[in-house]
Every structure is written in structure tokens, then in C-alpha cells.
Design a protein around this ligand. Structure first.
Ligand code: FES
Length: 121
């Protein structure tokens, strides 16, 4: 569903955060997320998809699922590993308007991640 005030039909944010190698938590950037974001950006342009914007971002606080990206305005979160995953998201989500169920981030993992980060809550 596209909101009436949405400038973009689809706005994608890829976490490209990289933490120091000694960090207990990883960082999506360690999984080539910046290069994969560039790959999808090129594919969107090659296909002439209008009002689709691909951006990189810092930590999106879903580190347990790394690497992650989110597509607004629907706020659908995906965890991906390679160009083939992104091609599937491109075809199924961005072009056909569906969802790639096997790559969607489970909400339970977000809760677990938040509990680990803030155990006193
Ligand atoms: S490092 Fe990517 S979501 Fe936190």
C-alpha cells in the first residue's frame, strides 16, 4: 500500500553498519551489504522502475538478523545474503507487489535482539 504522502512508491534502506572486529555484535556491512545495495540500485535503474529509491543506512537495530534491509512505506523487513535474494525481492516485491516470505525477518527475533540489548526492561 502506498501512502498518499509518499514521495517514493518504495523506499529501501540497507544497513551497511560495520562494527570493530572485536565487537561481540557483528554489523551488516560485514556481509557485503553496501555492494549488494549498489547492485540493487543499478538493477532498479536498468529496469526503469520509477519512484523506487535505494539508500544505505547505519544500524537499523535488527542486528540479530544481519544483513537486513527495510522497504517503506509497508515497513517490510528482509534478511538477504546474495544478489539472487535481491533479484527475488526486486521481482516479487518491487515489481509484482508481493512478498518474499522466506526472506522476511521474523518479529520474534527483533524482540530477542532488543531484550539482549536492554535486559533490564
Ligand atoms: S548492524 Fe545492521 S541492523 Fe544493526
Amino acid at each position: 500500500m502506498t501512502g498518499a504522502n509518499s514521495h517514493y512508491r518504495a523506499h529501501l534502506f540497507f544497513c551497511t553498519n560495520i562494527r570493530p572486529i572485536e565487537s561481540r555484535r557483528g554489523g551488516c556491512g560485514r556481509y557485503n551489504s553496501e555492494a549488494l545495495a549498489k547492485y540493487l540500485k543499478v538493477r532498479v535503474k536498468e529496469l526503469g522502475l520509477t519512484r523506487v529509491r535505494v539508500n544505505t543506512a547505519g544500524c537499523l537495530h535488527r542486528c540479530a538478523l544481519e544483513p537486513v534491509m527495510v522497504i517503506y512505506p509497508e515497513a517490510v523487513w528482509y534478511s538477504f545474503t546474495n544478489e539472487a535474494d535481491l533479484d527475488e525481492i526486486l521481482t516479487v516485491h518491487l515489481i509484482a507487489g508481493g512478498r518474499v516470505a522466506r526472506l522476511i525477518c521474523p518479529e520474534q527475533v527483533q524482540l530477542k535482539d532488543e531484550l539482549l540489548a536492554h535486559p533490564a526492561r
